[in-house]
Design a protein around this ligand. Structure first.
Ligand SMILES: [Zn+2]
Length: 305
């Protein structure tokens, strides 16, 4: 809103007119830039392909996916937050059920940013790894969470086309399915100054959405004004069927950040998606019929921060 604020100092009446025109223009420019879900579909299809082995630790599926996402960040003009975009960490515990992993296995978060006019940051997060394999069974993880990863990369792509006031940070975590391991490591070894984060938005489960969007950690003093704004925009335009709210829960990667900065977690409600923690969670099962409207809502919301 900083550039709108300058307009408002000229004359309130003209300011309001300019704000309205600018807002409508902004909306139409997202519409042009995000007019379909083809970019997200490609990312989801690639991440949930056989070649990624369910993005778990067997056959280094997590690392194959991380390298793919590093290339995608480079293609979208996202700069590295650390050497080669990779923040390495090791799993503290052995697991014998999916995601199967040995203690000490090294994985990586993929971390980048797009600078803005200020070093105040809006952070987007999603976990890219999934359950991997159990014997010959592949857990493809299109809904969980190739879809959220695709949405974060799509936001990066659009942020690069239209640079803005805030610095945008993109964190793609590994180890979520093993107990939020990668995001915990990042929160304890942050590559950014968390006190400068205006808002962190975690996206996990973004296929379907016939019944709208759920916001987790929506009721804290720090986050409620943001969720009110999101809901007000949605009430005006009807992008999502509904915006629902939940209290905080340790159910995804936003959790470790909630004591450091305003952090919310958004997931879709309702189908279609192929399954949850099941080999049926495939790209073909991932409905993206609501994707464009949900992304337009997020973009409109970001324009008003
Ligand atoms: Zn997930």
């Amino acid at each position: 809103m900083a550039r709108f604020a300058r307009l408002l100092t000229v004359s309130p009446r003209w300011g309001i007119l300019c704000v309205s025109i600018t807002f409508l223009f902004s909306l139409s420019s997202f519409t042009l830039r995000a007019q379909d879900s083809s970019y997200a579909r490609r990312i989801i299809r690639d991440l949930s392909s056989e070649e990624m082995f369910g993005r778990g630790m067997q056959n280094r599926g997590d690392s194959i996916a991380a390298e793919y996402l590093r290339q995608e960040m480079m293609a979208n003009g996202v700069k590295p937050l650390c050497k080669n975009y990779f923040q390495y960490f090791r799993f503290p515990q052995t697991r014998t059920k999916p995601p199967i992993v040995k203690a000490g296995y090294q994985s990586q978060n993929v971390c980048g940013y797009i600078p803005g006019e200020t070093d105040t940051m809006i952070v987007f997060t999603a976990h890219y790894e999934h359950l991997g394999m159990n014997g010959d069974t592949v857990f493809y993880g299109a809904h969980d969470n190739a879809s959220g990863t695709a949405a974060v990369m799509d936001l990066a792509r659009m942020a690069n086309l239209q640079r803005g006031h805030y610095t945008y940070v993109f964190l793609l975590f590994s180890g979520e399915e093993s107990g939020l391991v990668g995001s915990r490591y990042f929160s304890e070894n942050p590559l950014i100054q968390l006190s400068k984060v205006k808002l962190l938005v975690n996206i996990d489960l973004f296929c379907g959405g016939a019944d709208g969007l759920m916001v987790v950690n929506a009721n804290s003093r720090e986050t409620r004004p943001f969720v009110d704004k999101l809901e007000a925009i949605n009430d005006l335009h009807g992008f999502a069927a509904k915006i629902a709210r939940r209290d905080n829960a340790a159910n995804s990667d936003h959790y470790w950040f909630t004591s450091e900065c305003p952090a919310i977690f958004i997931y879709t409600m309702g189908g279609p998606f192929g399954g949850y923690h099941s080999p049926t969670d495939t790209c073909d099962g991932c409905g993206l019929g609501n994707y464009h409207r949900h992304m337009t809502l997020l973009r409109a919301f970001l324009e008003q921060l």
